[in-house]
Design a protein around this ligand. Structure first.
Ligand code: ZN
Length: 43
């Protein structure tokens, strides 16, 4: 089984079918949005 994990907050976002045990790192919508907001505030 494959697992989708947020690389920022380590939350498990989703599972998907896979023969092997796989972990894919991505960003959850929450972290995606907050990072965009932070950048806008900083610059
Ligand atoms: Zn996240």
């Amino acid at each position: 089984m494959g697992t989708l994990v947020c690389e920022i907050c380590n939350v498990t976002i989703d599972h998907f079918e896979d023969e092997k045990v796989t972990v894919l790192y991505t960003k959850c919508e929450c972290c995606n949005n907050s990072k965009k907001d932070n950048r806008k505030l900083e610059k």
